[in-house]
Each structure stands twice: as structure tokens, then as C-alpha cells.
Design a protein around this ligand. Structure first.
Ligand code: HEC
Length: 170
């Protein structure tokens, strides 16, 4: 009986032993339309509409002189702060908490980091962070924190403005 069960799948005509008996649909030349095709690259010398953000070559870019020299070009308006809060809530609050205090007791992700010996820094406890530091920190992260290059520069300045309102209020 056991032998039959084991042999049955091999005997079924839907699973023939030799592919030379007759053609099967699953064995056909596959057309890989995009195989070996390079994506269309922008012409040499062109730049994105929003310009290019120069890359900071430093082991910890947030501490570099270039980062410290950056001026926040986005005015601290209500709209900017609201946008910053939105972006912060999406990207940062999971580790740093909705209130910026990075309470590991309240955030499972922050707790995991804390258990690993690298708790997320309570952001609002450090008002001395410069705008350029925060902006660059978000872009590159640090050994203990992932970088967020996917947050466009303008949104990063909005996050900085939002953090400033929290820090001032705190
Ligand atoms: C996956 C968890 C995680 C996320 C998400 C995260 N951080 Fe962090 N962050 C950390 C950890 C861990 C540290 C402490 C280690 C370090 O400084 O690299 C930290 C530290 C910081 C510091 C202090 C740096 C210092 O040198 O004192 C700042 C500022 C900061 N984060 C800002 C942000 C902002 C803004 C966001 C959202 C764009 C963000 N973080 C998202 C985990 C995270």
C-alpha cells in the first residue's frame, strides 16, 4: 500500500518521466523580455529637477563640519511643523516614541534596541543638536541607527522643525 502511494505520483500521465514523449506546457522556451536590457539612463551631465545633494564623505557624517555648517532653508511655519510631524510619525516614532522620548518601556522596537545595548537616544533630552546635525543624522544614520535617504531633503528639514517645537516645549 505504502509502495503504491509512493509510486502513484510517478505513474500519473500529468507527470511523465521523459520530456521526450510529448511536449509539456511547463517546459517551453521562456521569453524574458527584459533580460539583459539596461534601464534607460539619464543623459550624461543631467541633474534631477530638485538638484543633487552632495554626499558627505565621513565615517559619521552627522558630526562632520559640512553638517554643522548647514543652514535650515525651510521656515518654521505651521505647515512645515505639521508635515514634519507626519514624517516623524511614519519613520521615527517606532523607535523614538510619539513624544520623542524614546521610552523603551513603551516601544517594542526601542526595547529590542535597548536589550541589544543600544537604546534609541531620547531626542528631546538633547536640545543642543544643531539643525544640520539632525538633518544629516536622518540622511545617514549612525552605526546604531539606520539612515533614511528615502526621506527627501525638504521633508527632513520639516522633521527638524517639528523636533525643534518639541524640544522647545519640553
Ligand atoms: C530602527 C530604530 C530607529 C529609527 C526608526 C530611528 N532611530 Fe534615531 N536612533 C536609534 C538608535 C538606536 C539611536 C542611538 C544610537 C545612535 O546614536 O546611533 C538613535 C539616535 C538618534 C539621534 C541621536 C544621535 C546622537 O548622536 O546623539 C537622533 C538625533 C535620531 N536618532 C534621530 C532620528 C530621527 C529624526 C528619526 C526618523 C527620521 C530616527 N532617528 C529614526 C534608532 C532609530
Amino acid at each position: 500500500m505504502l509502495l503504491f502511494i509512493l509510486a502513484a505520483p510517478g505513474l500519473g500521465c500529468w507527470e511523465q518521466v521523459s520530456s521526450e514523449w510529448f511536449a509539456q506546457m511547463k517546459e517551453q522556451p521562456a521569453v524574458q523580455a527584459l533580460e539583459g536590457v539596461q534601464p534607460l539612463m539619464p543623459p550624461e551631465g543631467t541633474v534631477p529637477v530638485g538638484g543633487i545633494e552632495p554626499r558627505i564623505d565621513s565615517p559619521v557624517p552627522a558630526f562632520s563640519p559640512q553638517a554643522q555648517a548647514l543652514q535650515n532653508p525651510v521656515a518654521m511655519t505651521q505647515a512645515s511643523v505639521e508635515r514634519g510631524k507626519q514624517v516623524y510619525t511614519i519613520y521615527c516614532s517606532v523607535c523614538h516614541g510619539a513624544d520623542g522620548m524614546s521610552n523603551p518601556e513603551q516601544n517594542p522596537v526601542a526595547r529590542r534596541f535597548a536589550e541589544g545595548g543600544m537604546p534609541p537616544t531620547p531626542l528631546l533630552a538633547v536640545p543642543a543638536y544643531s539643525d544640520g546635525f539632525l538633518f544629516t543624522k536622518i540622511r545617514y544614520g549612525k552605526p546604531g541607527m539606520p539612515g533614511y535617504p528615502q526621506i527627501p531633503p525638504e521633508d527632513r528639514w520639516h522633521v527638524v522643525n517639528y523636533l525643534r517645537t518639541l524640544i522647545k516645549g519640553g
